[in-house]
Design a protein around this ligand. Structure first.
Ligand code: GLC
Length: 661
């Protein structure tokens, strides 16, 4: 059962905490580390006597920044108790510790996360940095002063923060076919995120969406695994390309997710809530799985050296081997250990998805044991950290989880912490706060929006628009920044309305033309206009909540959108339709009524980028990253299918010259 924070409610209000308190606590811990180590032990390990952390003020090897990372890891590992090791493998939600952050110290937590919408109040860069530094001070108060790693879903910009630069969602970035732009996007995202505290992002999604009915389709760069692989410059943008980059204030550790097959599940196989595709079963043979689902992970590991990977909630069921039963990725030793770590050579660490292990069969000790032994290294157990720790310790003590597996997991986690420079600089380097949402960052997002627009029809020279034209704009999504940003924006599910600063598509159009009328429901008189612009689309959703078949979600246009098209395109001699949605919508019957049709995706905070191409200030260059179906029933439909008769094929998109023609 998911307990994602629905919004930044009082439940997540943090206890104000100054950095000074943290420094004092850390100093107190240094003193404490000199006292007999029995104090640091838990009753379950009576015979363990760990070596002290500090000896007479001498710098221990793991604290020496001049030593190689592997040496520091080994030194630190050799000083750790089992309890401390298990603590490093545990990640809690900030909301679970905020009212009593001393739990970070007592549980020896290795990591915290902000789930979608788990924000400080006020939701400002300074409040984020103060909050995370406060938590950090409690981590530094542990016997060995191991810093905390803070993770967050920066999936289209630092999207939990109000005022961040919000980029188009990945599906739009796939349409740009511009890997350098994706790298720039994620470098900006890394800069804005790390300036506020988190040093780790749960991005990029390397999901290959094979069924547009999937609610996470917009998180995917596209249906072709090779396109997804090309866009792995995202990882370079996040992490940098030199080993030293990670420690800099403009980089973060990246996560490739959700390994693997999350976008390739069979409709109707999900057993979670009322989902239909998300968290379902990928029913496949090894050859197909390697070619479609696994392929993006090979360059992610070998070429881009991604620091962490999140196994998918979904299951894999082989049609060419095994016992023919679905195995959850969190329990999938074959794919986590044998394939990913051993064959592909992944050196980073595996982070379980939100309470993902709870979906495994058996009681809690069985779930924990199965997942650790399958190869998971860190556990996102948002509200169950304490139970997780005691359970795993017992499993190790009972000999059901080998100590070597624990050491391997902790080694991987500590390596990342050293590489991120956290032992030297545990607190937030805030120097880049002034760049958050800056004109320079927004300019890159605006360019991304423009490059992602896909022109699917242009008859009668309807586009480009001219500044002198009288323009009639209709449709709710023309002037709704929450809708154009989509899910994972300030809250997990996203929200309609005025949620973030930025520019709506309508505002962009108004900047380029002086005679613009806006009527959301097209009720204003339509006479006297040269051109109509009808914006149709979806309202925000995230994950399985947006699966078609769940909660009324469908690929079909709403009746209000169809009515707007009928009215505006029926009355005004030229009409342009924009689709603001996370996936193609069914427009087969409406297409003949339109002169021009543009897929705008979920552009984020910079709606002017849409106007830039509409008015020909930038050319249309976007190409479909997914196949556009004729009907919902045509799903799943993908390039390479034996019977392939879509409305628009994968890769389609009319390109125009610089002036929009
Ligand atoms: C979710 C998602 C995952 C995300 C995590 C943390 O359940 O599946 O993509 O990173 O929670 O918010």
């Amino acid at each position: 059962m998911r307990h994602h924070p629905p919004s930044a409610g009082p439940r997540f209000r943090r206890t104000p905490r100054s950095r000074l308190v943290g420094v004092l606590l850390a100093a107190a811990a240094l003193v404490a580390s000199a006292v007999p180590t029995a104090l640091a032990r838990t009753p379950d390990e009576p015979s363990e006597t760990p070596p002290p952390a500090t000896v007479g003020g001498r710098t221990l090897p793991y604290l020496n920044p001049h030593l190689p990372v592997e040496r520091r890891v080994s030194d630190l590992l050799s000083r750790m108790t089992l309890t401390e090791k298990v603590g490093q493998m545990t990640q809690a939600e900030r909301g679970a510790v905020d009212s009593d952050p001393s739990q970070i110290t007592s549980l020896g937590l290795g990591s915290l996360l902000s789930g979608g919408g788990s924000t400080p109040t006020p939701n400002t860069p300074q409040a984020w940095a103060d909050m995370i530094d406060g938590y950090q001070s409690h981590a530094l108060a542990t016997r060995l002063h191991i810093p905390l790693l803070y993770g967050i879903d920066s999936v289209h910009g630092d999207n939990n923060l109000v005022g961040a630069t919000i980029f188009p969602h990945n599906i739009a970035m796939g349409a740009t076919r511009d890997p350098a732009l994706v790298r720039d996007e994620e470098h900006i995202t890394a800069t804005e995120t790390r300036a506020t505290g988190p040093q780790w992002v749960f991005a990029a999604c390397l999901c290959v969406t094979r069924d547009k009915r999937w609610g996470r389709t917009y998180e995917s760069f596209g249906e072709d695994p090779q396109l997804v692989a090309r866009m792995e410059t995202a990882i370079d943008g996040f992490q940098g390309t030199n080993p030293q980059d990670l420690a800099r204030p403009d980089h973060v550790l990246a996560t490739a997710k959700h390994y693997a097959g999350d976008g390739d599940t069979t409709y109707g196989t999900s057993t979670t809530n009322s989902y239909t595709l998300d968290q379902g079963v990928t029913i496949t043979d090894h050859q197909h799985f390697d070619r479609i689902d696994l392929a993006p992970y090979v360059p992610a590991v070998r070429r881009h050296h991604v620091g962490s990977i999140m196994p998918s909630y979904s299951s894999v069921q082989w049609t060419d081997g095994g016992d023919g039963k679905p195995v959850r990725m969190s329990a999938n030793k074959e794919l986590l250990t044998d394939v990913l770590k051993e064959k592909i050579g992944f050196q980073g660490f595996l982070i379980s998805d939100w309470e993902a292990i709870h979906e495994l069969p058996g009681d809690y000790p069985t779930e924990v044991r199965t997942a650790v032994n399958a190869g998971l290294d860190m556990f996102m157990e948002p509200y169950e950290a304490s139970q997780f720790e005691s359970t795993l310790i017992s499993e190790v003590q009972a000999g059901r989880v080998p100590v070597s597996r624990i050491d391997d997991a902790v080694r991987r986690i500590l390596r990342a912490k050293f590489e991120l420079g956290l032992f030297e600089h545990p607190y937030t380097d805030r120097r880049n706060i002034p760049t958050i949402g800056s004109p320079a960052h927004r300019a890159v997002a605006r360019r991304a929006v423009a490059e992602s627009q896909v022109l699917l029809k242009n008859a009668q020279g309807a586009l480009p628009l001219k500044p002198s034209q009288r323009i009639y704009v209709a449709g709710v999504n023309a002037d709704n920044i929450g809708n154009q940003a989509g899910g994972w924006t300030v809250t997990w599910q996203g929200q309609s309305g005025n949620t973030i600063p930025g520019t709506t598509i309508l505002q962009g159009i108004e900047q380029d033309a002086s005679h613009v009328t806006y009527s959301a429901d097209a009720s204003a008189p339509t006479s006297g206009y040269d051109v109509g612009v009808v914006v149709v689309g979806e309202t925000p959703y995230a994950e399985g909540i947006g699966d078609v078949g769940n909660n009324g979600h469908t690929l079909n246009l709403s009746s209000a959108d169809r009515a707007n098209i009928d009215r505006v395109c029926g009355a005004i001699s030229r009409c342009v339709v924009l689709d603001v949605a996370g996936r193609p919508q069914i427009v087969t019957d409406e297409l003949p009524k339109m002169d021009a049709f543009v897929m705008s995706w979920l552009p984020g905070s910079e709606g002017e980028g849409v106007a830039d191409v509409l008015f020909g200030k930038r050319p249309f260059t976007g190409k479909l990253p997914v196949t556009w179906p004729r009907t919902e029933g045509q799903e799943p439909i993908n390039i390479g299918d034996r019977h392939y008769d879509p409305l628009f094929p994968y890769g389609y998109g009319i390109t125009t010259s610089h002036h929009g023609r």
